[in-house]
Every structure is written in C-alpha cells, then in structure tokens.
Design a protein around this ligand. Structure first.
Ligand code: MN
Length: 242
C-alpha cells in the first residue's frame, strides 16, 4: 500500500503511527506544513526505509510562515520530496493569496535550482493559478496534485501538463471526486490518505485507509486487487525514477 500524502507528524502519537505503518510495510510520503517541522520528522523517521519526509510550506500557513522560506531554501538540498505546497483560493484564504503566491513562487524556484523535486501540491480553489505557476517554472519537478477538486476542464489541463494525482477515500466517496478520478490517466495515479485532516466515513483517516481509494480505482479499472496493487506499485516506481 502507498500513501503519497500523509501528515504523520500531526497525529496525536506520531511514533505509534510510524510503527504501525512500518508493520504494514507501507510506502509513505510524510508531508510537512512548515519547513521548521522537517528536521524533527526526519529524525523520527531514521531507519524507516519506506517512509520519506517531504519538505513543505502549506498555503494556509504561507502568510504567517513566509519568513521560513529561508529555512526551506536551506533544507531543499536534503530531500527529493517537497510538500505540502501550493495555493488555496477558497474564501477563507483569499486574503492571504498574495503571500501564498510569493511563497509558492519562491519554493518552485528553489526546487528548480536544486534540480527538480517530487512535489505534493494543494490546489483547492486555485487549480488554474497553480498550473500557471508550474508552467512558469518548468524545472521545479514532477507535480502530484493531491486531493484535486478543480473543474474537469482544469483537470484536463493538468493532465495535458503532465501532472500526476494522488486520490483519497473522501474523493472516492463523493460524486464529483469519482468523476474526476475517472478522468485521470491510470499510469499517473497514486493513493493518499491526507490523514489526520481527511475523514474516511466519519473517522479520521489512517494511512492504511488508502485501501478505500484503491478499491474504488480497481473497480473503475476493472482489475483484481493483485493486478491493481501491481499497477499502483509500478506507478510509484515510475514516479520515483523521474
Ligand atoms: Mn494535506
């Protein structure tokens, strides 16, 4: 099982979560919301071969943590994975949009200077703007849109731009999410939990809830669980080779 976007450090007991994820032999990209969180998470993950920490600066925190861009720049050489980054255009975050843009542009430039990174991207209410910023910094790396919730036209443009997608149980449980997932190219889809922010049913998502999203994908693709697991693992390996 693969969880390409999980906030392992934000569960009440991160160490217990890391143990359980390790016991289940899962591959996890453990995203962070601020650059200051990266070192602590990296230390927690020493020896966890399949769990990789990603360096992030979440758009919802971009305004108050803009000064941490310098920390991001110092650390970007130490990891291949960047996230959670992006833009949020929803009404409650509109006011900070100029700061979000400054931070996102800076982060993308920094990734390009470092030779490109695998990017876990937040784009709620701002998929068009995110695509434009990515187009302006083509060497930033491989964008993976996490929990994509834009329009089908925006999704098509993201697909044309070569983007990847990580899908979660919440998406698989909503009509719009299912329609979007159906349009994603099979060879560029991975699973995610977005725990502990997302819910699976009424419960806080765990990394292993990626099984719910995977089940939906496998039904959609008309493949057995074994064949579906093999597709997702092949996708994961192909992403890491980028
Ligand atoms: Mn997230």
């Amino acid at each position: 099982m693969i969880d390409l976007h999980c906030h392992l450090d934000l569960y009440p007991d991160p160490s217990a979560m890391i143990l359980e994820v390790t016991r289940r032999k899962m591959y996890v990209m453990a995203v962070t919301t601020t650059p200051m969180a990266w070192r602590g998470l990296n230390a927690l993950l020493q020896g966890s071969e399949r769990i990789r920490p990603a360096l992030g600066l979440h758009p919802e925190l971009a305004a108050e943590r803009e000064h941490e861009v310098s920390v991001f720049n110092q650390l970007v050489g130490e990891t291949r994975y960047v996230g959670e980054i992006g833009l949020d255009g929803s009404p409650q975050h509109k006011a900070t949009f100029p700061a979000q843009l400054r931070v996102f542009r800076s982060v993308l430039r920094s990734c390009a200077q470092a030779g490109g990174r695998i990017l876990s991207i937040h784009s709620r209410g701002a998929a068009t703007e995110v695509l434009e910023e990515l187009r302006n910094v083509p060497d930033a790396g491989v964008p993976v849109f996490h929990w994509f919730s834009g329009s089908t036209a925006e999704l098509n443009r993201a697909v044309d731009a070569g983007a990847w997608f990580s899908v979660n149980a919440s998406m698989a449980q909503s009509k719009k999410g299912r329609e979007l997932i159906a349009r994603m190219p099979r060879e560029r889809v991975l699973t995610e939990s977005d725990g502990p922010f997302a819910k699976t049913g009424n419960e806080t998502s765990t990394p292993w809830d990626v099984a719910v999203a995977a089940q939906f994908l496998f039904e959609r693709w008309g493949v057995s669980q074994a064949a579906g697991d093999a597709i997702l693992l092949a996708n994961f390996k192909s992403l890491l080779k980028k």
